[in-house]
Design a protein. Sequence first.
Length: 118
Amino acid sequence: QVQLVESGGGLVQAGGSLTLSCAASGRTFGYVMGWFRQAPGKEREFVAAISWGGSRTDYADSVKGRFTISRDNAKNTVYLLMNSLKPDDTAVYYCAARRSWNTPYDYWGQGTQVTVSS
């Protein structure tokens, strides 16, 4: 069983930066890790993902060039550095884990709120 706990959310002004962390426990060797978000009244959407070794990353077009996903496997932690934040980035951000790029996400965190004020 894998457990994911997000942290680092908060209130930030537009143009500011925030770094989210996702601490994983359990067997996560080889897992692909991802970040998703869900704004009020909207469906959950993909934000970014990273391979086990970090050599492959994917980003939603809406965050490319502003967000950076990274991971420290020694600490079982995945990060999402968010720069140039916009009010449209306001959402609950979720961490997720899956066994490979070709399988669905099996595990989800409880989410952390990010609010960007204009």
